[in-house]
Design a protein around this ligand. Structure first.
Ligand code: K1U
Ligand code: ZN
Length: 179
């Protein structure tokens, strides 16, 4: 069973702007472990703290085939963006929907690691796209916001319909006749 519950669109909590992490302590390291476990189990290639209703700037990702390259980014800041990549994106908060989104194909970023050190790194391809998608979550933005109003409305209706069909009907018992 997943460690943490993932919020689903259109939950308004997904619109919260996350606050920076002040100190990387054991509580933050435990949250990172729980987020990774939740992401692997979903399964997904990324997860932002916002999606598990924790509104701090932290995200996790693993885009490796072997699922053995966990990454944690605390207080991520994009320093440079380069190139354009159009990719079909999914989102664990918008289950079953995949749509094409254009993003930078190469990024340079500054973040804090689990030892509390500030590090600079680069990412390209799927990892770059995934990090940008997760940083959007930390800013209260979802990939469906890049789509037309009509597409977004259709997605919302499709999700509502699928949720209704998954919700069991209440059992209505016939009243026993009064004796
Ligand atoms: O943030 C999220 O909701 C996770 C999302 C990340 C993402 C996917 C694609 C492009 C950009 C960002 C997902 O992981 S959706 C599931 C998914 O893409 C996937 C799941 C299992 C194996 C491979 C991919
Ligand atoms: Zn997402």
């Amino acid at each position: 069973m997943a460690k943490l519950q993932i919020l689903e669109y259109p939950d308004p909590r997904l619109r919260t702007v996350a606050k920076p992490v002040e100190v990387v302590d054991e509580q933050i390291r435990q949250l990172a472990r729980d987020m990774l476990e939740t992401m692997y189990e979903a399964p997904g290639i990324g997860l932002a703290a916002t999606q598990v209703d924790v509104h701090i700037r932290m995200l996790v990702a693993d885009v490796s085939e072997e699922r053995d390259d966990p990454r944690v980014f605390i207080n991520p800041e994009i320093l440079e963006k380069d190139g354009v990549e159009a990719m079909d994106e999914g989102c664990l908060s918008v289950p079953g929907i995949y749509e094409r989104v254009e993003r930078a194909d190469h990024i340079r970023l500054r973040s804090t690691n689990l030892d509390g050190e500030t590090v600079e790194s680069e990412a390209e391809g799927l990892l770059a796209v995934c990090i940008q998608h997760e940083i959007d979550h930390l800013e209260g933005k979802l990939f469906v916001d890049y789509l037309s109003d009509l597409k977004r409305q259709r997605i919302r209706k499709r999700l509502e319909k699928s949720r209704r069909s998954q919700t069991p009907e209440p059992v209505v018992r016939a009243r026993s006749p009064a004796i």
